[in-house]
Write a protein that binds this ligand. Structure first.
Ligand SMILES: [Zn+2]
Length: 299
């Protein structure tokens, strides 16, 4: 079933679990996420960065949307780090039920202005919007970008930002970074900042750069009030580690001979994340609550 982010995270908030958002840029990774979700009866978010959409091409989403719609498990198809109204419109055209507009590198007032504009457009057709405040770090190992130092979200800004933009979810900067951390860097999450934000705002909060943080820290953040955790590097790494192993020890060249084991390796990581987020078995809650499939509303 395809639903939007509001439908997805409202229940996660009530039931105190988080939903993993996994970046997808081809049919192998789409299979990893959808099949792992089905095997574990866990809700999941299919996240697509604008550079990933450039690679998959728009038509890929005719397949992705129909695969998600025909599943018994709830999915959101979400644009990750949309950079302008153009990429947001492209995602909507492809059938996405949710978008992120990332104006976090802009001055506060400009971030408010662009985010508000995206909310006005998206809410007319029932597409959910995620905004971002503060800046998420970059370990230098990913396409997602960010800055080399984390600027923590100011709790009072979060309150004002949500009020002025009307966003549905907020990505907060509490010390995570995109990519896998180099050996000399220890990620440190600021739970006090998260608790302060949580005490002031009511909408679901999002954690980016969730790969390679200690499991206890992520679990603690979920307990405090993170409802969506973005995962990209960790599970892609597992896929290609297996792939490198196969290619360096065999002469295989058929996709259907090479990739099944890679898919399984990546699925194992997705399952482990789902356990951490307490989302295994939670798809049943959406069915029990009779959550209805999402459709673009008429403007
Ligand atoms: Zn991100």
């Amino acid at each position: 079933m395809l639903i939007n982010m509001n439908q997805m995270l409202e229940i996660a908030k009530e039931e105190k679990f988080a939903v993993g958002a996994f970046n997808v840029a081809d049919s192998n990774f789409l299979r990893v996420v959808i099949e792992a979700a089905e095997e574990n009866d866990a809700p999941a978010i299919i996240a697509v960065h604008p550079t990933e959409l450039d690679f998959t091409k728009d038509e890929f989403f005719q397949y992705a949307v129909s695969r998600a719609k025909n599943s018994s498990v709830p999915f959101v198809i979400h644009m990750d780090h949309g950079d302008n109204l153009g990429s947001i419109m492209r995602a909507i055209h492809c059938g996405f039920s949710s978008v992120m507009i990332d104006g976090s590198l802009l001055p506060f007032e400009e971030n408010i202005a662009i985010t508000k504009e995206v909310v006005e457009v998206c809410h007319k057709i029932g597409v959910s919007v995620e905004g971002e405040l503060g800046t998420i770090g970059n370990t230098g190992t990913t396409i997602e970008g960010g800055v080399s130092e984390v600027i923590y979200t100011k709790p009072e800004d979060a309150e004002e930002f949500i009020e002025k933009t009307g966003i549905d979810t907020l990505a907060v900067a509490i010390g995570t970074a995109h990519g896998i951390y180099p050996k000399n860097i220890k990620p440190q999450l600021r739970m006090d900042v998260l608790e302060d934000i949580k005490s002031r705002v009511d909408i679901p909060l999002v954690l980016h750069g969730g790969s390679a943080n200690p499991d206890e820290e992520i679990a603690r953040a979920v307990q405090i009030g993170i409802q969506k955790v973005n995962i990209s590097s960790d599970y892609k790494y597992a896929f290609y580690k297996k792939c490198r192993e196969i290619l360096s020890t065999t002469e295989l060249w058929d996709a259907n001979a090479i990739y099944p084991e890679c898919i399984d390796a990546a699925k194992a990581v997705v399952k482990q994340k789902m356990e951490l987020f307490n989302s295994i078995g939670q798809a049943k809650v959406y069915r029990d609550k009779n959550v209805q499939p999402w459709r673009q509303e008429q403007a």
